[in-house]
Write a protein that binds this ligand. Structure first.
Ligand code: NCD
Length: 336
């Protein structure tokens, strides 16, 4: 693929507009191919994808595995509790064991930020020919989710030709627990990278003011920003201020498992101030879509009726689009 230079996919801060375009274009092609069931594409024949998940997952892990199988790759899963990690083996030695068994791509999820990056660096240093794909690390990054959200939005705005230009000048609102969300962080890089303006909305305990500067400088370890002109980021506490003029609204799960202190008075108060419902959406134009990365706390960040309304809610499309997006990433890494 012309211009694609990533050997690993660790975050979206290192993606150029061309990179986003390449992934969206390939995903659109894979999406339109009848590849379910027995009809597979031969692109990854003879390759092995190993998923190493140290945190629970429903969507991401299955979606990667389906994507790999649709490209004819072999798939292998590792479960930490029954592995030699419990006997003291290091993560690097575990990964090298899988590489020795033939793994070409390692899909890694870990509760600590930075683990996929340090694993990729250590494997490179050992001279291993393997790509690392970050499937979510702590609060840091979840690139495949950011890309599938980008694809879902781009397809919503321009169904036949989703591209970074589909997002330019759009106002995308992200509501909720931004502080604990690696999905929000990846979306910030992806959406502003394609020229969308992002409005973040939530209480101060879950959305520190400094998020307004999130994409102002390249992240640590990166000297330049690969995107020349990003969209803007704005922070507001009031949904009434965020929603008017929105082109799409994304809400996030309250990540109770990552909250170390009491950051909310009550779930009821939270729902009243920040929960999405049909009534709340009356503040934006008719037909403005709602996204949620899942898993969902029904009745907390989003009302059940809104979640179940296919005319308004794109959650199912997000899940479906995850497969062609992950096929595109696996294809690009195998080709590089
Ligand atoms: C997210 C995750 O794990 O970061 N889910 C996902 O991958 N679809 C978001 C979450 O856990 O709330």
């Amino acid at each position: 693929m012309s211009g694609w230079s990533h050997r690993h996919v660790l975050d979206l801060a290192s993606f150029s507009v061309e990179d986003f375009g390449t992934v969206l274009e390939l995903a659109q092609r894979f999406r339109s191919l009848p590849v379910a069931g027995a009809r597979k594409l031969p692109a990854l024949q003879g390759r092995l994808m190993t998923s190493l998940f140290f945190e629970p997952s429903t969507r991401t892990r299955s979606s990667f595995e389906i994507a790999a199988k649709r490209l004819s790759a072999e798939v292998q899963s590792f479960s930490p509790s029954s592995s030699s990690l419990s006997k003291g083996e290091s993560l690097l030695d575990t990964a090298r064991t899988y590489v020795a068994m033939g793994a070409n791509i390692l899909v890694v999820r870990h509760r600590c930020a930075g683990v996929p990056r340090s694993l990729a660096r250590d494997l490179d240093r050992c001279g291993e020919q393997v790509s690392v794909l970050n499937a979510g690390d702590g609060l840091h990054s979840h690139p495949s989710q950011g890309l599938l959200d980008l694809f879902t939005l781009a397809r919503h705005f321009t169904p036949e030709a989703p591209s970074p230009a589909s997002l330019r000048g759009r106002r995308i609102v992200i509501v909720g627990d931004v502080l604990h969300s690696r999905v929000a962080r990846s979306n910030l890089w992806a959406l502003t990278g394609c020229g969308a303006d992002v409005v973040l909305c939530g209480p101060p305990t879950l959305l520190p003011e400094c998020f307004a500067d999130f994409v102002a400088a390249p992240p640590p370890g990166q000297s330049t920003d690969p995107v020349a002109r990003r969209g803007r980021v704005q922070v507001t506490r009031r949904l009434e201020e965020a929603l008017p003029g929105a082109d799409a609204v994304m809400t996030l799960r309250l990540q109770k498992e990552r909250m170390e202190q009491h950051l909310l008075t009550s779930l009821d108060t939270y729902h009243r101030r920040y929960g999405l419902s049909h009534a709340r959406l009356a503040l934006c134009a008719d037909g403005v879509p709602v996204l949620h990365p899942g898993p969902v706390n029904r009745g907390v960040e989003i009302a059940g009726e809104l979640l179940d309304d296919p005319g308004r809610c794109l959650v199912e499309a997000q899940v479906r689009n995850g497969i062609p997006i992950r096929m595109a990433l696996l294809y690009l890494l195998a080709a590089s």
